[in-house]
Design a protein around this ligand. Sequence first.
Ligand code: GLN
Length: 501
Amino acid sequence: MTTTTTTTTKALHDLGVAELAAGLRGRQFSAVDAARHFLARARAHQNLGAYVALNEDATLAQARAADARIAAGTAGALEGVPIAHKDIFVTRDFPSTAGSRMLAGYQSPFDATMVTRLAEAGAVTLGKLNCDEFAMGSSNEKSAVAPVGFDAPAPVRNPWDTSRIPGGSSGGSAVAVAARLAPAVTGTDTGGSIRQPASFCGITGIKPTYGRASRYGMIAFASSLDQAGPMAHSAEDCALLLSAMCGPDPDRDSTSLDMPAEDFSRSLNDSLEGLRIGIPAEFFGEGLAPGVRAAVDAALKEYEKLGARLVPIRLPRTELSIPVYYIIAPAEASSNLSRFDGVKFGHRARNYTDLVDMYKKTRAEGFGDEVKRRIMIGTYVLSHGYYDAYYLQAQKIRRMIAGDFQNAFKECDLIAGPVAPTVAWKLGEHGNDPLADYLADIFTLPASLAGLPGMSVPAGFGEAGMPVGLQLIGNYFQEARLLNAAHRLQQATDFHLRSPL
Ligand code: GLN
C-alpha cells in the first residue's frame, strides 16, 4: 500500500484517511488535535449546511479514548481518524432524523452496525450529515432538518459553486468531504445516493454489492436496494473504510451476506494490463452533457494508457431502470414508512380526535411532499388490481436488467461510464418537477437494481467548471477490483486531490 509521507507539509484537513491514520500512529498529532481541527472547520463552514448535528463532548471523549489506545499500542486500523455519518444511520451519541420532521429530536438507544464497526476500528465520530428526507432525492433539497447554525431547513450547498446542489441523497456527506470538513464519511445508496453526490462534489465513493454491508440501524427506504458505503478523497481511503464496514451481521440483518470481511486494499496497486472495460452504448447517448462526456472520455483514454482495453457492450434496458426503480423503491418505502404512525417513536400530532385521526395528522405533519408522493405511488402499485400490472412487471424487468449485466460481464471485467448525465444543477432549477430529478438517476439505477457494486471516481470538470465523476460498475463481490481500477486512475491523475476550499 502506498502511504504518503507528506503529512507534515499539508494542513490536517487536507490529509486523507491513510495519511491521518499514519500521522496518528506516528504521534505527529493526536486524535484530539484532529477532532478539534475538523470540528472547528465544520463550524467555520456551516454556511454549506453539511452537518445537522455535532456533539463536541462525545467526539472529544471518543478521541481521548483513541489516543489512549494508540498510547497503549492497541490501535485499530482507523484509530483516531475522524469521520462523520449520514443522518440515516442511527447513533446513540447524536440525534438521528433521516432528514425528516417525523424524527425531529429522535434519540436512538443503539448504534447502527456501520457506526459500531467503524468505531471498533478506532474511528472518531464528528457528527451527523444532512440528507434528503428518508434518502429520497437527488439534490438534497428535500431535507426538512435545520443544519447546524440554522434555525430552519436550509439548502446544502455545493462547495464548488454554492448556488448549486451537492447531489443527493447523501449531499451533506459529499459536501463534508469535498470541503474538507471530514476526511471521510458514510453514505447510503439506494439508486445512486453515494455515486451521484460524489460525482457532483468531486470526491470518491463506493457502494458495495447488496448485502455486503449490514443495514441494521440504517433507517430503511427501500430494503432490497439500500446499501451503505464510504465516501472519501481517494479509492485508497475508501478501501480502508470499506474493509471495516463489510462483513456478515446475521443476527441483526437477514439480508446481510455470509461472506467474511475482506481487506479491500490488497490489490490497489495491481496492474490493469489486459483489463477489459465494457463501455455501454446506452450510457453515451443523447442527453449526456458534452462536458461530462469529454471528462469521461479522457478518463477512458487514461485507462487505455494503463493497459486496459475498451470493449463496446450493451445494457439494453437502461432506460427502463427509471420506471422500474420508481415503482419498486416507492413500493418498499410505503411499507417501511408505515412504522411512523405517531405511536412507537417520532413525531405525534398534538391535536386529534381519535386514533385514526392521530395517524392521519401525524403523517400529514411529519412527512414532506416527496415522501408523501412515494407513499402514495407505492401504495397504489401494491394495491389489488395494480400489483400485477405494475409491481410484478417491474420485478420481472428488474430481473432482466440483472441478466443484461451478466451477459455484459461475459465480455468485460468491469463497466465504465458517466455517473450522471450532467454536472450539478442550480438550487431550485428542477422546481417542483420530480420527473426532472428521477430522469437524472438513469445511469446509477441499473447497478442498484441488479445489486452490483458501483463507484464514482473524480474524472475532471465539465460544464461551468463543475466536477464530473466516472462510474465504475463491477460484477458481484468485485469491490477490490473496482478500487484497484480507481486507485490506478488516481495515481495517473490529480482530480481527487483538488479541493474548492
Ligand atoms: N435519487 C434516487 C431517489 O430519489 C436515489 C436515492 C438514493 O439512492 N437514496 O430515490
